[in-house]
Ligand binder design. Structure first.
Ligand code: VG1
Ligand code: CO
Length: 583
């Protein structure tokens, strides 16, 4: 294996201090012959496969080289790129491979987070702050990590946004014809020490993973306001980093900078296998946090983030905030509670399956509104064009145009800001406005969009594809006015999106049945899994009547869920009786 040629070089044990840069002659570049691999197609968010797949000879190298071959030379020759990841198993080896190929292709400088750590939002923030040409994110996000689990790689562009499909399609095409990898003959870099190492015309700088990101957060939020809440004797907060990348951010930000109780961070040490966990902040996988928040004497705010720090879950005491409601509530309160939005929002947007609660906020505030396909990459153009400030996805993704990725810590700071703003006049001993108070008030003003998602993970691909084909046949034959039980069809389609900025078209983005009362059933296959097929069913129903807002979502949505299951014949196609995860 060509990587092994450098095994003879020992690690540079301790980097020289930043002032004394080591001098090497110009780097030598070797051409490594290689053969294409099948299936290196980018999904919803990067390329995700089992670690063992990535460990095959040149598997990662092929994809990285194919990426450089897809960019125009001015995008990378002499450029600065960022590199970081969520600390999962295989990141250390992967970082060395990426650095060598970047150098081999003429990149001038790589900024890499210490120990290879940078959350996905931090990579986006650092690209923007350092005016870099792009960055690599080594993560399979919420997918489990370890030798038998998942690994992933994603490339973000110069405004910090995930590469658009025009690039990822080219990368895929290049992976099918690749025959050569260009790699620099440099030793492995010690990523544990902050500082710069030069190799002639190439250099690597190891940076603190938190500094730029924290500065950005300080410019977005009123930290003094948040501090006042966190130091309030009646207020208790808990953050579950799920042994993933936000462990590196939670203590410096919440505890050291904002004065929260050190005990507020749980599972706060990033581990290569996430402590055998599934770092997905939802009601199933963030069980420890959910138990705390549903237990006796529960804290006032509970939050969790995923493997790479871009997702968030928000809980009040004995109360779950759906991500669709969360983004709507943040948007409705942003101008008052968050200085970054003091002049109001430019526009709002959500992914197609996300509930319509954000639509109602946009309508009431008279703001431009956009519905895009699933995946954060679709928001970037709208932000760059100045049309979008706050957006979200039902899949626990919330964010704004401060960067070009969804941002877990940002969402938690947004909720802390809203709670702090609402409680700032409260005297000691007075009852605080709670998370559930804020959500219920919001429903009373806008109505409640009951929402739920059923996930059937790792189904056989064949059955899952047949089910989607079957649904496409139904929608092709369906006519407005068709009755489905008590529901009358308004329209059914396979969602197509035309980007209003560059005119690019994304088709087949989810089969949806939309009924005359606004209820919806949506079916999609996941694009982030690494084995088999994951089917997602999304159901939504609007309830304007405040006297019905306290109903349990599963009860309220039961007729729609039953309809979704019978329409799709899911049990027949997959053999599955129960979903893996219900949100
Ligand atoms: C899922 C979510 C989607 C999200 C994507 C990446 O995609 O549904 O909303 O943008 O994950 O999030 P899919 O194709 O599996 O439904 V992350 O935190 O995994 O980068
Ligand atoms: Co993620």
């Amino acid at each position: 294996m060509w990587q092994a040629r450098w095994r003879g070089f020992s690690y540079i044990k301790a980097s020289p201090p930043p002032s004394t840069r080591s001098r090497f002659p110009l780097i030598a570049v070797v051409s490594v012959p290689t053969k294409p691999y099948e299936g290196q197609k980018t999904g919803t968010s990067g390329l995700r496969k089992k670690v063992k797949v990535f460990q095959q000879e040149n598997y990662l190298g092929n994809w990285i080289q194919a990426l450089f071959d897809s960019l125009s030379t001015e995008d990378y020759k002499g450029s600065v790129l960022i590199l970081g990841g969520d600390g999962r198993y295989f990141n250390r080896e992967a970082a060395q491979i990426i650095i060598k190929i970047a150098a081999g292709n003429g990149v001038a400088k790589i900024l890499v987070g210490r120990d290879g750590i940078l959350s996905t939002p931090a990579v986006s923030a650092v690209i923007r702050k350092q005016k870099a040409n792009g960055g690599f994110i080594m993560s399979a996000s919420h997918n489990p990590g370890g030798p038998d689990y998942d690994w992933g790689i994603k490339f973000n562009y110069n405004s910090g946004q995930p590469a658009p499909e025009s690039i990822t399609d080219k990368i895929y095409a290049n992976t099918l014809t690749i025959s050569e990898i260009k790699a620099a003959e440099i030793p492995d870099i010690d990523l544990s020490q902050i500082g710069v190492v030069d190799y002639g015309n190439f250099s690597v700088e190891v940076i603190d993973p938190v500094t730029d990101y924290l500065k950005l957060m300080e410019s977005v939020f009123d930290f003094d306001l948040i501090k006042s809440l966190l130091s309030h004797p009646e207020f208790r907060f808990v953050f579950d980093a799920m042994h993933a990348v936000t462990g590196a951010y939670a203590k410096p930000i919440f505890v050291d900078r904002l004065g929260a109780d050190p005990g507020c961070v749980i599972n706060g040490v990033p581990l290569e296998d996430f402590g055998h966990g599934h770092p997905d902040p939802n009601l199933t996988y963030a069980k420890e946090l959910v138990d705390i928040m549903n237990g006796e004497n529960a804290p006032d705010l509970g939050a969790a983030s995923d493997g790479d720090g871009d997702r968030n879950m928000i809980l009040g005491s004995h109360f779950f905030v759906t991500p669709s409601d969360s983004v709507a509530i943040i948007a409705a309160n942003a101008q008052e509670a968050i200085p970054y939005f003091k002049d109001g929002c430019k526009g709002l947007a959500r992914s197609m399956p996300t509930s319509g609660s954000l639509d109602r906020v946009a309508a009431k505030m008279n703001l431009p509104f956009f519905e895009v396909p699933t995946g954060w990459k679709f928001f970037g153009n709208l932000m760059d064009a100045g049309k979008l400030s706050i957006c979200g996805e039902e899949s626990f993704g919330t964010g704004s145009d401060h960067i070009r990725e969804k941002d877990g810590i940002w969402a938690v700071l947004a909720w802390l800001s809203i709670l702090a703003y609402r409680n700032k006049e409260k005297k000691p001993g007075e009852k605080l406005v709670s998370v559930s108070d804020i959500v219920k008030e919001h429903w009373a003003i806008y109505g409640r969009n009951f929402f739920s998602r059923y996930d059937y993970e790792e189904c056989e691909s064949e059955g899952a594809n047949q089910m989607i084909d079957h649904l496409r046949e139904i929608l092709a034959a369906s006519k407005p006015g068709t009755k489905y039980g008590n529901y009358s069809l308004r329209f059914a389609d396979d969602f197509t999106y035309t980007d209003p900025v560059d005119g690019s078209v994304a088709s087949k983005q989810g089969v949806r049945f939309v009924f005359t009362d606004g209820s919806r059933i949506i079916f999609r296959l996941s694009g982030t899994g690494s084995a088999g097929a994951t089917i997602r069913i999304y159901v939504e129903q609007f309830e304007p009547d405040a006297s019905k807002h306290d109903e349990d979502a599963q009860e309220a949505l039961k007729p729609l869920i039953d309809l979704a299951l019978s329409l799709s014949k899911l049990k027949d196609f997959t053999g599955r009786e129960q979903p893996t995860v219900i949100t």
